[in-house]
Design a protein around this ligand. Structure first.
Ligand SMILES: NC(=O)c1ccc[n+]([C@@H]2O[C@H](COP(=O)([O-])OP(=O)(O)OC[C@H]3O[C@@H](n4cnc5c(N)ncnc54)[C@H](O)[C@@H]3O)[C@@H](O)[C@H]2O)c1
Length: 432
């Protein structure tokens, strides 16, 4: 079944009445309306399927396309003509363009029910903003935006647009995160005082390469989008844009939304908690071009929710900590050395509380010490299983229920802001 009449008529109203502010990105979309060449391909509506456009078609974008391909893919967009051609061969009925603005500007002609955004980070906000301003539901990869100002604006826009949104943090839909959240809230480790999160990856040290030329298949101008123009950087596309402040968000931006999701969800942190956090970072001296090769970040949250039981020594702040690029949590190293277990290699998160600790990764959890694990009775599951991360969003479009996807932009913007505030502190020399 396609989108509910209520959600489609709301979208039409927004499109027709210009009920939302005309952002600069949308103004450019409107300016792009005169180019209907790619519309020669518009497929007729199949009433049983949603009509989707996918911005970005290779790598993560291709994985997202696989998750929604049972719907009707009516438009494909990519700035790399090789990728666009390859995706187009799988979806010969889809309209094709290298310019996402053509997709949004022609949303009505395409009769779109949703847009999937899987581009590099610096393009998330411009595309999602234009789509939401046109009343189109958005699935957008993580992190939701590239700057703190963008994420705050997008949160407000999503609230007023009132259409279903979802960020690409698909681990949230898995069973293990649900079981961890239930255990932490039921007091498995007592009152939570600190949560350490880490990842062994390193997306840093981006360097300029004067004289490099873009691959023939790439429209470098469109790829850069809204940021100041720069000569091409050898090897930046695909993937290595993560190493550059102008386009990516380093390792914390790449992985933080997945991993910090667990403490934010379990501890019920709100926008106000995130905004009130004092952020400290340690890393190599900040570089104007490249993201850091390693980073430690901490967020001290002064008035956290009381999760897991009573505090022992009064209302201490909750501390979230992040370690990447080979840096390790001292607490995890210390107990690992004592137990002769490499907890660091096996997990990504360690909740520390007044009774013990809980280690977790995407698929499993472990209580520490062993005696606590033996005496613990897990609570009955309280979260319903997800139909799948992408399907949460698709079903919400059908039902016209904007808030139904669990990583809707109201929640996802919180994760994104946490991560981006850490990066702001890093660029400011260690504190924000
Ligand atoms: N959820 C996850 O587990 C997960 C995993 C990997 C990447 N990601 C996210 O997905 C996004 C893409 O990451 P990637 O590693 O696939 O990047 P990539 O550079 O490998 O691929 C990006 C794709 O988008 C295209 N593209 C770039 N700019 C575009 C534009 N302006 N308009 C249209 N198409 C454009 C590229 O040609 C390419 O097809 C990032 O935001 C990343 O954080 C999420």
């Amino acid at each position: 079944m396609a989108a509910s009449p209520a959600s489609r008529s709301r979208r039409r109203f927004l499109l027709a009445a210009g009920a939302l502010a005309l952002t600069p990105a949308l103004a450019r979309c409107v300016a792009a309306r005169r180019a209907p060449a790619f519309l020669q391909h518009v497929a007729p509506r199949d009433p049983s399927r949603l009509r989707l456009a996918c911005i970005g078609t290779a790598n993560r974008a291709w994985e997202n396309i696989q998750e929604v391909r049972h719907e009707q893919i009516v438009a494909l967009c990519d700035v790399d003509s090789d990728y666009l051609l390859r995706a187009g061969q799988e979806f010969p009925d889809a309209a094709r363009t290298p310019d996402w603005r053509e997709v949004v500007a022609n949303a009505r002609a395409l009769d779109l029910d949703g847009i999937v955004v899987s581009t590099p980070d610096h393009m998330h906000a411009p595309i999602a903003t234009a789509a939401l301003s046109a009343g189109i539901p958005v699935y957008c990869e993580k992190p939701l935006t590239h700057t703190v100002a963008e994420v705050r604006a997008l949160r407000a826009l999503a609230a007023s647009a009132g259409v279903p949104t979802q960020m690409g943090t698909q681990i949230h839909a898995g069973e293990n995160y649900r079981r961890v959240v239930e255990a932490v809230r039921a007091g498995a480790v007592g009152r939570v005082t600190a949560v350490d999160c880490w990842v062994a990856k390193s997306w840093g040290d981006g360097r300029l390469t004067p004289g490099a030329r873009p691959p023939a298949s790439l429209d470098w101008d469109l790829w850069q989008g809204e940021v100041p123009r720069r000569p091409y950087i050898e090897g930046i596309h695909p993937g290595n844009w993560r190493r550059y402040w102008a386009y990516g968000t380093g390792t914390l931006g790449d992985m933080g939304c997945h991993i910090l999701d667990l403490p934010v969800w379990a501890l019920g942190l709100t926008d106000a908690h995130v905004a009130s956090a004092e952020v400290f970072t340690e890393g190599p001296p900040p570089d104007a071009v490249g993201t850091p090769a390693w980073l430690e970040a901490s967020w001290a949250i002064p008035d956290p929710p009381a999760v897991g039981g009573p505090a022992v020594d009064g209302p201490d702040p909750l501390v979230l900590r992040w370690f990447d690029g080979g840096r390790m949590s001292p607490f995890v190293q210390e107990i690992g050395a004592k137990d002769r277990v490499d907890y660091h290699a096996r997990f990504n998160v360690c909740f520390q509380g007044t009774r013990g600790a809980l280690f977790a990764n995407y698929g499993e959890m472990l209580l520490w010490p062993g005696a606590l694990a033996q005496s613990w009775m897990p609570p009955a599951p309280s979260f319903a299983p997800s139909p799948g991360h992408h399907r949460e969003w698709l079903q919400a479009i059908r039902d016209g229920r904007a808030d139904a996807p669990l990583c809707n932009f109201a929640y996802a913007s919180r994760l994104t802001e946490l991560v981006l505030r850490g990066l702001e502190a890093c660029r400011a020399g260690g504190r924000a």
